[in-house]
Design a protein around this ligand. Structure first.
Ligand code: ADP
Length: 402
């Protein structure tokens, strides 16, 4: 405001003094007139209502929103002042319980690294995250960071890393399992190649043929595994794009079963088809549905008792379409059922390998079902057989016509 008054005064002095000189007024008189004008402008600016009102209006004071802000954050947050917790947000109270937050931070955070961070004189404003395990629940994992707010006040922030840790573990396990599955047939192949390369060994034709057939079987196993791994990765890559094409499920299943039957030769009659042609259409990916049928009927053949019937049914169920594959095999004990769709999970690894299983068939089925927003259910009775049901949402006839 002072600057504005000063500017006005200078401007008034200049304007009046110069005008007086232009009208040939004496130098002293012009200066006096300019000075008078400057004083007048100085006073007038002070009386300017706009300037006065801004100057005298009280500064607006911001409401103290810090506590509300901290409470609104989902991550547990603590403010620690000289080793005592001065504030804990709602998420922290839920995690630790109010009694652990009333006093020294070590009641809540018993980790030695956490104690080190919260008591050190480190000048850094944000610490690198440290991992804390077991707060709240035994298997939960948290990343804790400490922000130095100044004057011995620290903000402790915990972020739940359990999900990303589990995902990372699964990825590491998956790579280890896949490598292991490939290494076994590869080692067999290399062994036989070495033997055959040695002209003094494996000389007789019968032995050579036996070796070659084993090599062929192991190479096929590797090929099947690589095919399944690629299928799984393709299905996973597509998981966020729901299929849009209206498909007649009965027709796709009929086609897939015809291909399976033609590959079975004499045993083809084991597989019976029961298709209800009144089923509504479903939004589906034909290639993936075909693969799903191959995997389920393949399992029914692999784990069913020889010559027992296998039924494939497609039926409408209250606006939905249910595909079922029913076998009369040895069945699966209840404790295995929840884990069957895990990658590489097998009830009997030896039996699975002997019949060419990779342990990925049902994992692929699960991903295909999820992508189609379909519900997968596996029911089994030991000694009686297994029924796998997948229920797809049907398309309403009005949606098709519009
Ligand atoms: P695999 O390639 O080993 O068959 P899957 O993921 O298809 O892998 O199946 C996982 C395991 O579930 C199999 O190893 C087998 O133990 C069991 N299983 C799957 N389908 C059946 C079935 N119809 N009857 C009995 N056991 C089954």
């Amino acid at each position: 405001m002072i600057e504005r008054r000063m500017m006005l005064a200078i401007w008034a002095f200049g304007a009046v003094a110069v005008t007086s000189l232009l009208f040939s007024a004496p130098w002293v008189a012009s200066g006096a007139a300019g000075l008078a004008a400057a004083l007048f402008a100085w006073g007038a600016a002070a009386a300017d209502p706009a300037v006065v009102s801004i100057a005298t209006e009280p500064e607006p004071t911001a409401p103290d929103v810090t506590a509300d802000l901290i409470d609104a954050i989902d991550d547990p947050l603590l403010i620690v002042e000289r080793q005592r917790i001065s504030h804990a947000n709602a998420a922290a109270v839920r995690l630790f319980g109010a009694d652990k937050l009333d006093g020294d931070f070590r009641l809540a955070l018993r980790h030695p690294l956490a104690a080190e961070l919260l008591t050190s004189d480190e000048p850094s404003t944000v610490s690198t995250p440290i991992e804390l395990v077991g707060i709240g629940q035994k298997d939960r994992r948290w990343a804790m960071t400490v922000h130095l707010l100044g004057d011995g006040v620290r903000l402790v922030r915990l972020r739940d890393r359990t999900e990303s840790w589990v995902a990372e573990r699964m990825r590491v396990d998956f790579v280890a399992n896949a490598s292991h599955e490939l290494r076994t047939p590869l080692a067999t192949l290399l062994g036989f190649i070495e033997t055959l390369a040695d002209s003094s060994a494996g000389g007789d034709e019968a032995t050579r043929q036996r070796f070659l057939s084993i090599m062929m079987r192991e190479a096929r196993r590797m090929q099947q595994l690589v095919d399944d791994l690629m299928s799984l990765s393709r299905v996973e890559a597509d998981r966020f794009s729901t299929p849009q094409t209206p498909v007649d499920l009965t027709a796709v299943v009929e086609e897939a079963v015809a291909v399976i039957r033609s590959g079975l030769g004499e045993g083809a009659d084991r597989i019976s088809l029961d298709l209800d042609l009144s089923c509504p259409k479903v939004r589906a990916d034909r290639v993936q549905i075909t693969q799903l049928v191959h995997n389920l009927v393949g399992n029914a053949i692999k784990y069913g008792r020889p010559d027992t019937p296998i039924q494939v049914l497609v039926r409408p169920v209250g606006g939905k379409v249910r595909l079922q594959v029913v076998d009369q095999g040895d069945g699966i004990a209840p404790e295995h059922l929840p884990r069957l769709t895990e990658r590489f999970y097998r009830v009997d690894a030896g039996r699975s390998r002997a019949v060419g299983g990779t342990g990925l068939g049902l994992a692929i089925v699960k991903h295909i079902a999820e992508r189609h927003r379909a519900n997968l259910n596996i029911a089994s009775v030991v000694g009686r057989g297994t029924t796998v049901s997948i229920t797809f949402p049907g398309i309403e006839p009005e949606a098709l016509s519009s």
